[in-house]
Design a protein around this ligand. Structure first.
Ligand SMILES: NC(=O)C1=CN([C@@H]2O[C@H](COP(=O)(O)OP(=O)(O)OC[C@H]3O[C@@H](n4cnc5c(N)ncnc54)[C@H](OP(=O)(O)O)[C@@H]3O)[C@@H](O)[C@H]2O)C=CC1
Ligand SMILES: O=C1OC[C@@H](O)[C@H](O)[C@H]1O
Length: 422
């Protein structure tokens, strides 16, 4: 396992641009000199540089929470590495990720086409197969070593969805607090088990549901509940290659086994918005459909849910939406709340730290860092300003499953990992 402080640079394959480009994160032992820099996209580089928060050292006598990160997933930059700079109680201590060479080998190994093209009796292919297996084992050992490191207090898990359960259980079992990417699992029973283990061990477990919707609550939730008629959240974005290692497509058929799909990846935000704004749970899926599939993986979908008091919620999610006016990349995470006396519209609940707008119409008349802040508050025994509770995670996993069932699509398989006492 590599110590974060000891790394001179860490390579991030920039899958979003699907080029051989690399984001270099330069780490110096002196945390004030850490910078995140450059990709061949000047725009993206400027965006990253612009967003580097100033480093705030821990006040004397304060022990920062030391985080270990499982994998070099790109989201960890925005979700933890940058926010850790100006949170004086957070330190990113270690990262267990594969090297670029090992990663490209692994993706080679996972490319379905290779299996049909390559001759398994060819000696070179046999060696490649062996190298891939050894890399996978080495990666697992790295992640286990990171989890077992007594210096590490908390684990951030931005692995593919299908691996959240296994690695959350492993981290909790090792006595570490866990911040895990959304959706925490595709199975409500797994969510429960993770939370039960965390409770048993007195550890903090948080699903990193990054919707900033809680932040705008005072505005959008202020309406009298009896006024609610409907909620229409929308999560749509342009097709990017972040989830596919070898093509420009958002998904590949094998992503089914990694528990990916538009309803899970961004539909989960819509569901969170619906439950939060209405302060209620759906009681039935009135309709659900998908319009595009890659193998069995959904790329765009919509669903209508029934909520108490005759409220309906219609969500749409799309991971390959066409550019606005033919050239502007679409990135629209917005919702509209229909009220008896008017409506409330909010633009960009996902990247609200860049910009957002709330429009309240009467008929008569920053940020991803939030979750890290809440996590630290909870670990330190303080009141967290926003929280995604056990019930939120369990109920949302159940309803994501129901949406798939109603669409007539297969629910992702449960994790094959078993807790010791099962
Ligand atoms: N909150 C947000 O805005 C976002 C959240 N997410 C969430 O983050 C998570 C990761 O998503 P995404 O980055 O698209 O996923 P990827 O498929 O790109 O996987 C993330 C990382 O996990 C490692 N990895 C991939 N496959 C395996 C494997 N089989 N075994 C072990 N490690 C593996 C790789 O890191 P390495 O090579 O270092 O091992 C990879 O970079 C998901 O839960 C997703 O929902 C994603 C994007 C945005
Ligand atoms: O979780 C997410 O939020 C932001 C999106 O850009 C990304 O595709 C998605 O996975």
């Amino acid at each position: 396992m590599k110590r974060f402080q000891a790394l001179s640079e860490l390579h991030y394959h920039n899958r979003q641009l699907n080029t051989a480009s690399t984001i270099f994160i330069k780490h110096s032992p002196d945390p004030t000199k850490r910078v995140v820099a450059t990709t061949p996209s000047i725009f993206k580089a400027l965006l990253q540089l612009h967003r580097i928060p100033p480093y705030v050292p821990p006040p004397p006598g304060v022990n920062p929470l030391k985080f270990g990160i499982l994998s070099t997933a790109e989201i960890s930059i925005q979700a933890l590495i940058l926010p850790s700079r100006n949170h004086s109680e957070v330190e990113v201590y270690s990262i267990a990720g594969r090297s670029k060479r090992k990663r490209s080998r692994a993706s080679l190994g996972s490319m379905e086409s290779r299996t049909s093209i390559l001759d398994p009796t060819d000696i070179k292919v046999m060696f490649l197969g062996l190298a891939i297996v050894l890399d996978i084992i080495a990666n697992i050992l790295n992640m286990l070593a990171l989890i077992d490191d007594p210096e590490v207090d908390a684990i951030y898990i931005p692995l593919p969805n299908s691996l959240h359960y296994e690695w959350t259980i492993k981290a909790l079992s090792a006595g570490k607090h866990v911040l895990v990417e959304k959706p925490i699992s595709t199975r409500a029973e797994e969510v429960l088990k993770m939370h039960e283990l965390a409770e048993q061990k007195g550890l903090v477990l948080l699903e990193a549901m990054h919707t900033a919707v809680q932040l705008i609550a005072p505005h959008s939730k202020s309406a009298d509940k009896r006024e609610f008629k409907g909620i229409t959240p929308r999560s749509s974005e342009f097709e990017k290659s972040s989830r596919a290692e070898s093509s420009t497509a958002a998904y590949k058929p094998s992503d089914f086994d990694l528990a990916k799909g538009v309803v899970l990846d961004v539909g989960c935000y819509n569901l969170d918005v619906i439950r939060f704004l209405s302060s209620s749970d759906p009681f039935s899926v009135l309709s659900a459909s998908h319009s595009e599939l890659v193998g069995k993986v959904d790329k765009s979908a919509s669903a209508t849910l029934a909520l108490p008091n005759d409220v309906t919620a219609s969500l749409t999610c799309d991971i390959s939406s066409s550019p606005s006016w033919g050239f502007i990349p679409n990135f629209d995470f917005s919702f509209e709340v229909d009220l008896e006396g008017g409506n409330i519209r909010l633009n960009q609940f996902m990247i609200s730290h860049l910009y957002h707008a709330i429009t309240v119409t009467k008929r008569t008349g920053e940020k991803l860092a939030e979750k890290v802040e809440a996590f630290v508050d909870k670990v330190k025994g303080r009141e967290a300003r926003t929280w995604h509770s056990k019930v939120d995670s369990v109920v949302e996993a159940e309803w994501l499953q129901k949406i798939y069932e109603t669409m007539g699509l297969e629910v992702r398989p449960p994790s094959s990992y078993y807790l010791n006492d099962e």
